[in-house]
Design a protein. Structure first.
Lengths: 257, 257, 257, 257
């Protein structure tokens, strides 16, 4: 019997600006990564999102990003490891405050956008980020891409890591995602997506674009809510997994210990 | 034997910009109000300031302000009580995260600038701010001007309040400060300042500009570090108080209980 | 034969965030007020909006607002007249640069949100704003609410003023809008809106809620694109006015001279 | 008879924060690069700086930078050429507005910090920046490092380029500056600086660290005001150059045509 944690970014509006349909997503995801005011999110949006997630029993996570609202945290920035440490600490703390005020708790952290992308190929940056999470609260779970440098560094620092996989992206032989600009990077066929995830769960492998079988650990599945058709895709995927006997639930800290 | 808590704003730089001489101030103040990234401060500045305060045994407080870096949080803004609640929660949480990562703790909250000035005359705003502090962590002390609406509201909500007084400002008959634009608002003579503070401590009264004796509770003395001569004034005041037998120490939660 | 300038705010997105349906609005408005990066808008959004307006022959205006992206410039702020002057100058200049790069020209200015609301009841603020417009480029038209302090001050400083009226708001005896929180403030019936505008155009009066006829000058009609149903309302209104023989065109500088 | 344009960054404060001693620098520089609100500067600071420069006859230039106030525009960001184009257009336009309101004119543009550093090694980025300047106002001078890709691209697009050299930095064989992290990168000896500049002016060469003579065009000399001792260094350099018969004046558009 396999279990999977459906994980999705949330609370990515800012002020009067909306982003994605959090209400709809909260109906079927198990864990949320909530923007913390740097790449998106503001104190009011964070409070509403935390309350909405708590009301539906969706696990609450911090989603720290770069201080680049204009670029939605998607543009790589040459920050130092020390700057990365400080901005993760600040943003996780801010969401902890918001959660505490709502009678809830931050359970995990997942980095956003360019911060995440930079860390995946930068051991020093990964270390700074993971130390930041550990130093704020060593009991926080850390969501990181299966097989990534960041996941390895996090485990080395004693964090409990939740391995993240993708249903709508194809993989390369080294276990990384096919870059979006390459053909075949995106998987838009629902059945193909379901097959990829089931293969991950049942065998512990993903078939790379070359056909090679690459080992992978599927604990959380990353969903997206901000693209056209994303909601229908996520909904269909969820149904198919559940029909296939997969238990959908937020990753359990006990199971990761 | 009287005790007094010398309290001062800190960490009000931003990025490459410096503000005040925190290192010098930390040598003699007892408690610090650290900017939290809205009116001033950024994650790196906050981390450095928290570590510097902790290293010298200076109590660490959050100093939430309006989201107006360009105006340093000094321009009144028509925010709703709900917005005030959210921005206090966020900023206090952020500093708690920074403090936790540094192995320290946030002990108190004091609002900044226009947020503070607006609350003093607005019961609903005061209530929103005080509920925010309580909801994040009910054990936090709350620094508020002696006799103010904010202080009364805070006590009504169960917060332990530290009464703040001023040495360099004159008072009016109703216990409020003489507005800066009026003559005689500022007290620049050191001896006069020392006399005002000693009178507060020994008698529990301040002599208003009219000559009337107004009851006041002096638990913390607000110092400023960002004006020319401020450091020398604060240093002289401190020495005179200590010579006069006043014990200078951060307000004790136990004593306020 | 009457003419009217259908005027609408535009380009109020920010980064990845969208606001309103500018493309649809540009099909029938005559003049646009383009956000300049403070309350909304960013360099890329401004460039796209200017090019889209220019391509359809819609007049380009600057829409300066308060430096409050989080509040969309809708929260009153205690800025000084000097600060108002500087922020209008900066924002108008920025849009002029964007327009010049696109081979277009900024033809007018209309202030946004709380900046506009504060100016309407503050002669000093109105003067600072109008001097800013004049000092950047004295040939710019200035859109201001018919009968307002701002309109009077602008004319006194030599600016050519375009008088703005509303189709979806009711008026009070002094010619100001019924505040939104009062019943009857909004006019949601299309026929009633058309009647109000035609009465303004044909008689030069608006019937206030009390029944009193108040003189008004209708040169531009303010439309909104960011509320549900707004586009259909604006479209219906436009059609009815055109059917009634009203010429819809951007206010002509020559006619105002 | 040689002439040289002493050029310096200015107006790099923000809100209450000060940076450098612009008043002192304005006493002897010939041209200023004024921050435009992204990496530093705000509408009020820009207005004051423009007026101060105009009052002393110092040429006014726009100094556009990355939208990274927290990092003072010094952290490389993965912006697209299109984003670079838009942010240069916006910032140059904003300063033109400020200058127009002060009865002055923007005469040149020089990019700041990481934006400048990225462009120097990126032809596409250089092209976007130079097209932005040209499209806003083709008569603007463009200050660029002597021999750089940016300078070449700018000339190719028809801009009049002012070649910038350094007195306090050593050069490498390819005409680029020795990176700061390498030994011998900085020249702190005043006589050595003066000799380097005189050699550039009289021979059209700079002696690289290897001893090799590298061709260089010295039209403007970049000075810095924000480091300790910078003002004394700049002042000493200026005096020595003037004593040596060098005419110090803002680069003349006519001479560049």
């Amino acid at each position: 019997m396999k279990t999977l944690d459906l994980n999705c970014d949330m609370g990515e509006g800012f002020g009067v600006y909306a982003m994605g349909d959090d209400e709809a997503l909260l109906e079927f995801v198990n864990s949320s990564n909530i923007a913390c005011g740097f790449h998106a999110g503001d104190p009011g949006t964070m409070a509403r999102t935390v309350r909405a997630a708590a009301a539906r029993g969706v696990a609450i996570g911090a989603h720290p990003g770069l201080a680049d609202l204009q670029g939605f945290g998607r543009r790589a920035m040459a920050i130092t490891p020390s700057e990365a440490y400080d901005l993760v600490v600040y943003q996780v703390g801010a969401l902890q405050g918001v959660a505490a005020a709502a009678g809830a708790r931050v359970r995990h952290v997942k980095t956003h956008g360019a911060l995440d992308n930079m860390a995946v190929v930068d051991e020093k940056l990964s270390e700074a980020i993971c130390r930041a999470v550990r130093d704020v609260d060593a009991s926080l779970l850390f969501y990181a891409m299966s097989g990534s440098i960041t996941a390895r560094v996090a485990r080395g620092l004693g964090l409990r890591v939740v391995s993240v996989v993708y249903a709508d992206r194809s993989y390369q032989d080294d276990g990384t995602l096919t870059p979006r600009r390459q053909e075949g990077a995106m998987i838009t066929d629902l059945r193909q997506s379901v097959a990829q995830v089931r293969h991950m769960l049942e065998r512990g492998f993903v078939r790379a674009r070359s056909g090679r079988e690459v080992p992978i650990e599927a604990q959380a599945l990353s969903l997206h809510g901000d693209q056209p058709g994303a909601l229908a895709f996520a909904s269909g995927l969820t149904q198919a997994l559940r029909d296939g006997g997969v238990t959908l639930a937020a990753a359990s800290p006990a199971a990761l210990a």
